[in-house]
Design a protein. Structure first.
Length: 186
């Protein structure tokens, strides 16, 4: 039997677990053994008999990692930017003006702490909003859905959807299954 576990790291939470800037790991595939040298997390999890105990073991391990890097709290600048992007739907330039820094400074701090540029984060956020809507079976014209999700137009929506998922929104809707970010391969 194979087992799988995932960890969702909130934007800006990477440094607390890994003790490094998040942007150093963006779009890279690195084994945990390389990052957490000297730990045998995988071995420990394999030795624990039940899924509940495995999750508890993982939780204890991750909590311990947070205590190794206590001064790595997300910056106020990133907190403010995330709030403006989420609640106000600001673009990067509007956000930078609102928090009183240059776009370049905002982008630098955001990339270091979140792992990607604020523009990319906003694109992914818009894409995920669209995926959520499609997964729940929203039945509206594509142009209306695009505008509702924060896209400039339907073409922009379709291009971003394909860029992130490899398929178009129509294909996603036709193939959607029980998991929001996964589609069965025919």
């Amino acid at each position: 039997m194979e087992e799988l576990v995932g960890i969702l790291i909130q934007p800006g939470g990477f440094a607390g677990l890994f003790g490094e800037r998040a942007d150093l790991f963006f779009e890279r595939s690195i084994g945990l053994e390389e990052v957490w040298a000297g730990t045998s997390l995988t071995d420990r999890l394999c030795e624990v008999p039940t899924p509940v105990e495995k999750l508890k073991t993982l939780e204890v391990f991750l909590t311990g990692r947070l205590h190794l890097h206590p001064g790595t709290r997300r910056s106020e600048l990133v907190d403010q930017a995330l709030q403006l992007f989420q609640k106000e739907g600001f673009y990067v330039a509007e956000c930078a003006r609102s928090v009183g820094v240059s776009e370049r400074r905002l982008s630098q701090v955001f990339r270091e702490q979140v792992g990607m540029s604020p523009k990319m984060w906003c694109r992914i956020r818009r894409f995920q909003t669209a995926v959520r809507a499609l997964h729940h079976g929203v039945d509206v014209p594509w142009a209306e859905l695009a505008l509702r999700c924060g896209y400039y137009d339907q073409s922009h929506f379709a291009n971003d959807f394909r860029a992130f998922s490899g398929i178009n929104p129509t294909t996603y809707s036709a193939r959607r299954g029980p998991w929001q970010n996964h589609v069965p391969i025919p």
